[in-house]
Write a protein of this length. Sequence first.
Length: 254
Amino acid sequence: MDIRLIEIAKRLSTWFGLDAVRHDGRVLPAQHLRLCGQEFRDHGYFLRSARAEADRLVAHCGLSTDSALLDVGCGFGRLAIGVLDRVGAIRSYRGVDVSAAAVAWCRRHLAGEHPSVQFTRLDVRNERYNPGGQAITGTFRLPFDDAAFDIAYAYSVFSHMELGDIERYLAELQRVLRPGGSAFVTMFVADDAPDVSINPASGALAWQGPLHCVRYNRAFIDARIRSAGFTIAQVSDGVETDGQSGYYLQRMHP
């Protein structure tokens, strides 16, 4: 579906109060707001995936009620829903996204009951999700203090970004994470591939539209991750959505 039609559907659903459902005691975004694949339209599947992402951060990044967590590309609150369900209200959760509709939904349905949970819109340019936003330049900064977070999370975000934007985000994650802090990000990577490929023809999926898949050569992108001040603790190859790989990172000490 055209991104503009999706935005119109979101607005209409909000006006008529049809933008949320409840399942197993949790508020979830309505089915048409779940853009991760057809399987996510099932309420149980969506909630299980939310819980699994929270459990991932508990197991690999030490998420606890005393953690400060940054969710980059928070969308319609999947991680926040999972964290509130599995861990409860943590010390600080901050979600950011380029979608005004997503941030408004999260504020309306998730932030009100939990003062430590807050959402901010970043009006920066992404050719796929926010083509009218401001270009990300060398002066781009996330609206947070240095070393404000213990954990950062960016699921299916770098997978739709060109290299320059990834490098700026990595620099900002390095800045806002405390020394020794953890990050989990997903990307499309391959060993035998050009340094950067946009919507590559190979693979089982047909990529459609701007930046649907930005794939990186593994050695090429790994070098840039390390130069940004991170160690790569673990990589789960090809097991995330649409064959993305999950990177567990740790911010280096000064």
